[in-house]
Design a protein around this ligand. Structure first.
Ligand SMILES: Nc1ncnc2c1ncn2[C@@H]1O[C@H](COP(=O)(O)OP(=O)(O)O)[C@@H](O)[C@H]1O
Ligand SMILES: [Mg+2]
Length: 223
């Protein structure tokens, strides 16, 4: 089996005022197989989000390395990192992180704009993605006009816009009711079956039935 994500001795230390240091990651090493569906679990503050952000190139470590596919993520400059994220990663966040002034369609089309896809083509693709997540009758709605579950479905469609091999989801069901949460997990399952490698962070032990493997974190370590 090929590992698509390789994390080696990853450390992240935040320097705070008064010479206080906070260790978010204390030396994490792990590999995630291509095509797998894994969940990082652990108490609040154990380093799950920090790990996910560094793997996805949203943040940089203090030391250690991350490789995703052929990318040596920790050695990329800002421009290369932006390219890496567009090409390789789809992000889904607990708080949806949609742009409030944009319609569902525009939110999903935005990553395609950043990739230089023509307007007609990106609107067409965004429409198809929203159709796939069951929102074709909501394409002109803005996020505040939609339920949490619907907003997260827009975020799933947006994460898929560039058809990335890896999907990273940080507590994607954390702000949802049980039914909407199950619905999002079923969508992630279906994407995994189509070949996307998926890593989620979750607090909810009920979600682990959907995944192949649980990575248990505590105090900046993988246990
Ligand atoms: N930007 C930051 N500045 C300082 N400390 C941070 C920052 N982000 C996270 N931390 C600290 O790093 C630790 C791990 O945080 P985080 O990765 O968000 O944990 P989790 O997602 O498991 O709740 C926590 O102690 C947190 O307070
Ligand atoms: Mg977190």
């Amino acid at each position: 089996m090929t590992s698509i994500i390789r994390v080696n001795e990853l450390r992240k230390i935040y320097d705070m005022d008064d010479n206080v240091q906070v260790t978010a990651l204390a030396g994490v090493s792990l590999e995630i197989e291509e095509g797998s569906f894994v969940a990082a679990m652990g108490p609040s503050g154990s380093g799950k989000s920090t790990l996910m952000h560094i793997v996805g190139g949203l943040d940089r470590p203090t030391s250690g390395s991350v490789n995703v596919g052929s990318y040596d993520v920790t050695n990329l400059d800002e421009q290369q990192l932006a390219f890496f994220r567009r090409k390789m990663i789809g992000f889904i966040f607990q708080s949806f992180n949609l742009i409030a002034t944009m319609t569902a369609l525009e939110n999903v089309a935005l990553p395609l704009r950043l990739c230089g896809v023509s307007r007609d083509e990106r609107l067409e693709r965004a429409y198809r993605l929203l159709e796939e997540v069951g929102l074709k009758d909501r394409v002109y709605h803005k996020p505040t006009q939609l339920s949490g579950g619907q907003q997260q479905r827009i975020a799933v469609a947006r994460a898929l816009a560039n058809d990335p091999p890896v999907i990273l989801a940080d507590e994607p069901t954390g702000n949802l009711d049980t039914t909407s949460g199950e619905n999002i997990m079923a969508m992630l399952n279906a994407l995994n079956e189509k070949g996307h490698t998926i890593m989620i962070v979750t607090h909810d032990p009920r979600m682990t039935k959907h995944v192949h493997r649980v990575i248990q974190m505590l105090d900046g370590y993988v246990q």
